[in-house]
Design a protein around this ligand. Structure first.
Ligand code: NAD
Ligand code: UD1
Length: 336
């Protein structure tokens, strides 16, 4: 049985769908601070059977001990965390408590339960502003915000733990920019309030919930002046978790740090054009000032994940746009 903390969230739901379809049993664990129980019902509809989901908090040792008593867990994929960069600057203690404190409590409960295989949701933001792209895993780590520092701290805690207790197998997955949705259109990204990220903003404009996209910066040193990122389809990301989990289940007893990206950068305007084609909807936009803290361009080097995990992203920007639109057009108000 595989435990997915933060299991009702965007990336975990898609990962659960892939894991169940490849023969794994999963249990989801979530406090629903940024997700809804309906999402778990949708997952069940996709896989054709109920998916066990326990409500609880990774900061609660009582909740976790109960979970490890109830289920025989072979490995954990630790998705639970808060992820809004701006909010992390305004509420640093909440972010350190939830992301770092929650990870510590989880690791203590795992140690107690003798579960020593973990796949951790890290982020490309541990690199901060890179010297060059594509970014290899060996690049300097200098996160530029609180959220990124919480991710780097948990990476370091896991490295220290594995040094002290070599029986552990640890995969640190640094995601680039996840977008897209399950092809069924039953699950997808459903942010609360005004989306911070580009794709959910674009899909909400397309569905009429917002009048216009603001393109943050048209004067970057990029081919069209807008910011460039490594967008990755969430189903490819889910498949990367399956590969990392299979690696951990072989008990390699080491720490593996891998980028999960496509290795390809696209600009904001590339994404808007591709989305317009995929959806048949016009996306009105206005180029405005740069967003504070944004980097002009970065994308990941995906070679290590290919060599060590046998995993490569396969889906195109067109696939990402089509599936994001399929989800949003079928669910204009998300899971509401
Ligand atoms: P999400 O918010 O959809 O999912 C996170 C889930 O964790 C939510 O369901 C939330 O309710 C749950 N959660 C949060 N704190 C919890 C706690 N203390 N106890 C139990 N459950 C808790 O986000 P996501 O996009 O699916 O991201 C999953 C993970 O991947 C996060 O750790 C995030 O930081 C990381 N990540 C996300 C992105 C991205 O762009 N989406 C990029 C890089 C890394
Ligand atoms: C942000 C987070 C990063 C996180 C990632 C994916 C920062 C500094 N980093 O990255 O930690 O891993 O999301 O969740 O915030 N854009 C617009 N208009 C919008 C929204 C975005 O033009 O309304 C542009 C941005 O300027 C950027 C690109 O779109 O060039 C992507 O933005 P976004 O989706 O927020 O992701 P990142 O900034 O790359």
């Amino acid at each position: 049985m595989i435990l997915l903390t933060g299991g009702a969230g965007y990336i975990a739901l898609h990962t659960a769908a892939v894991l169940i379809e490849t023969g794994h049993d999963v249990v989801l664990f979530d406090n629903f601070c940024n997700s809804k129980p309906l999402a778990v019902e949708r997952l069940a509809a996709i896989v054709g059977r109920p998916v066990p989901c326990v409500q609880g908090d990774v900061r609660s040792r009582t909740d976790l001990d109960g979970l490890f008593d109830q289920y025989s867990i072979d490995a954990v994929i630790h998705f639970a965390g808060l992820k809004a960069v701006g909010e992390s600057a305004a509420e640093p203690l909440r972010y350190y408590d939830n992301n770092v404190g929650g990870s510590l409590v989880l690791l203590e409960a795992m140690q107690q339960a003798e579960v020593r295989r973990i796949v951790f949701s890290s982020s490309a933001c541990v690199y901060g502003e890179p010297d060059a792209s594509p970014i290899p895993e060996s690049a300097a780590l200098r996160p530029a915000n609180v959220y990124g520092r919480t991710k780097l701290m948990v990476e370091e805690i896991l490295r220290d733990l594995q040094l002290a207790a070599p029986g552990w197998s640890v995969a640190l997955l640094r995601y680039f920019n996840p977008v897209g949705a399950h092809p069924s259109g039953l699950i997808g990204e459903d942010p609360n309030g005004v989306p911070n990220n580009l794709m959910p903003f674009v899909t909400q404009v397309a569905v009429g919930r917002r009048p216009q996209l603001q393109v943050f910066g048209g004067d970057y040193p990029t081919p069209d002046g807008s910011g460039v990122r490594d967008y990755i389809h969430v189903m490819d990301l889910a498949d990367g978790h399956r590969a990392a989990l299979d690696w951990a289940l072989r008990d390699p007893r080491e720490v593996l740090t891998a980028n999960l990206g496509t290795g390809q950068g696209y600009s904001v305007l590339d994404l808007v054009r591709s989305f317009e084609q995929a959806s048949g909807r016009a996306i009105p936009y206005r180029i405005v000032a740069r967003r504070a803290g944004d980097v002009a361009a970065y994308w990941g080097d995906p070679l290590l994940a290919r060599q060590r995990l046998g995993w490569t992203a396969r889906r195109t920007l067109e696939d990402m746009c089509r599936d994001s639109w399929n989800w949003q057009s079928r669910n204009p108000q998300g899971f509401a």
